[in-house]
Write a protein that binds this ligand. Structure first.
Ligand code: ZN
Length: 257
């Protein structure tokens, strides 16, 4: 059955205004305006030169920690300098206004947290901290560089164990508590606002379905096509750093009426 899909920011603002529980689900596209390339794009960015399935895996971390960090350390340093963009700030503002319950993100760049989002579920972990794989001691991103020894491996200052970024590597299980919380949020949402994700990678790929099956709606703001485009109540495909701040203004204008 053909159905009209709204493509205006005003329509999305009305949807948010009438919803009781709104949850955002974000992917790499929300961080592109911060200068972080979508690393899954073939032949682009940091994955272009190496096969991440060989170096950015939990097996590689344990088997050849030096090679792992040779790959991961420049990436770490690149991310440490990045700042949130207007899309991140807009989502934090929606939360402050009581219009957004939580942000679920696939991104590991910690920028939602830096922008001020409080209820943040990072389903793939985050570079915000790294932890000792032996004793669990943890360091913030800015302090990890000091842990590297001459051989290029980050070592715990307490017990001498290997330190690993708190991101979910290929071959690692996703964090159970975060996945469970994301499912709960998706199920109870009247509206899931999907931003900058192609909605093709688990677990993000399954969450809009959870919302739809529970009777909620979904809105999609991303430039790539997604498997959910036909089921979206609102579909936007502009620049997230322009459209999300415009959405906040439209929500405010609606509330002022
Ligand atoms: Zn330790």
């Amino acid at each position: 059955m053909a159905r009209e899909v709204d493509t205006s920011i005003e329509a999305l603002a009305e949807l948010i205004g009438s919803a009781e529980r709104v949850v955002a689900l974000t992917g790499a596209g929300v961080s592109v305006p911060s200068g972080i390339p979508d690393f899954r794009t073939p032949g682009v960015g940091i994955w272009a030169e190496v096969d991440p399935m060989k170096v950015a895996t939990i097996d590689a971390f344990h088997r050849d920690t030096k090679a792992f960090w040779e790959f991961y350390r420049p990436r770490f340093e690149m991310l440490a300098d990045k700042q949130p963009n207007p899309a991140h700030f807009a989502l934090a503002e929606l939360e402050q206004r009581g219009r957004l319950e939580a942000v679920i993100t696939q991104n590991i760049d910690r920028l939602h947290g830096v922008a001020g989002t409080r209820e943040l579920i990072e389903v793939h972990g985050s570079v915000a901290t790294s932890s000792c794989t032996a004793c669990g001691s943890s360091w913030p991103l800015a302090e990890v560089d000091a842990l590297f020894e001459d051989d290029g491996i980050a070592i715990c200052t307490g017990c001498g164990g290997k330190v690993k970024p708190d991101v979910i590597l290929f071959g690692e299980l996703l964090p159970v508590a975060e996945i469970e919380r994301a499912r709960e949020l998706a199920e109870s949402a009247d509206l899931m606002l999907c931003v900058g994700s192609s909605l093709e990678v688990f677990p993000a790929a399954g969450l809009p379905e959870v919302t739809l099956e529970a009777g909620g709606r979904i809105a999609i703001l991303t430039q790539s096509s997604t498997p959910y485009d036909r089921e979206a109540s609102v579909r936007l495909d502009g620049d997230v750093a322009e459209q999300l701040p415009a959405l906040v203004r439209a929500v405010d204008a609606l509330a002022a009426q």
